[in-house]
Design a protein around this ligand. Sequence first.
Ligand SMILES: Cc1ncc(COP(=O)(O)O)c(C=O)c1O
Length: 380
Amino acid sequence: MNKNLMRTEELRTPVYLVDEAILENNLKILAKVQEETGSRILLAQKAFSMYHVYPMIRHYLAGATASGLYEARLAAEEMGGENHVFSPAYTAKEMQELCGICDHISFNSIAQLERHRALWESNGVSAGLRINPEHSTQEGHPIYDPCAPGSRLGIRRELFPGKLPKGVEGLHIHTLCEQDAAPLVETFEAVEEKFGEYLHQLKWLNLGGGHHITRPGYDLDMLKDLLCRIRDTYQVQVYLEPGEAIALNAGYLITEVMDIVENERPVLILDASAACHMPDVLEMPYRPPLKDSGMPGEKPVTCTLACRTCLAGDVIGDYSFDMQPGIGERLVFEDMAIYTMVKNHTFNGMPLPDIALLRKDGRCEVVKQFGYKDFKERLS
Ligand SMILES: Cc1ncc(COP(=O)(O)O)c(C=O)c1O
């Protein structure tokens, strides 16, 4: 048997385990949206860049989008299909390379568009401008709201030129975060109101990410109606570039209890870290789901789940259990494929979790293991 194939219990911890069956199920939902609306869906690699599964993603989706040169290169090397990029600013050197590998490049200002014009024009790249419809639909996560006052993301109507700049073929909007279809409908109405005069002149319109399309209960019909309406009214190719929706609920972070500190309630010291391995838990912040656990007080024993870094606040949260987990027991955090591997780091010299794939045949394939070298090589 291949030495990289094993049962879940045999994986070393901490480990990110991506669930191939759930990932594929998400991709099938997205493929159906593409099929029924003519829209094209791209993987936003900022959320999930485990390129081991890019061939599967490419089987269902049109391609990928990048936040800069490195992600664009990754998509060119590992994904194929359409390659798009948006960044608030590009260097001349980056633009040179991007023009060789990208189909669409979106700019965040007229100054950036013009600074790089000679390159994108001569390479036949389709250029777009990111606009800011100044319509917030989010509550609770201001750091994820590109429409918040003072935002640098997207050109506001006030600064948008009276005439679409020569050669611009598309507009790009990204304003949502983990949202249903209704906020997108509202946002598009704001776009029509402020930028409607340009929409008939476009070849494409990119509606960004933040669409929680694969979440149970998401209003797929509302999304499809909107996408068809945009296509039919403006004769544009519509793009969506979700990150989360692609691998939503499709991964676990498996961790082991290393010690237990007694305090008001037992504090379990884990070999995974919120700060290093799931930073959104602290940044966003949010409470990651944990298999077989409840809210504090819901089950007989409530414990604090904490980490072994020096950061006092490296605490995942309070969870309740039927029985107190013991030292050596494994805990499984859920929804850990997205914004985890792409954001992790080695603060305190913490080891990076391995990366594994739970295959459809039930066996786990260890895709990548990290060690001391990965820590050291980034530091001098
Ligand atoms: C420009 C752009 N596109 C797509 C995405 C992906 O968003 P999500 O993972 O929430 O779907 C983001 C997220 O920040 C983004 O900034």
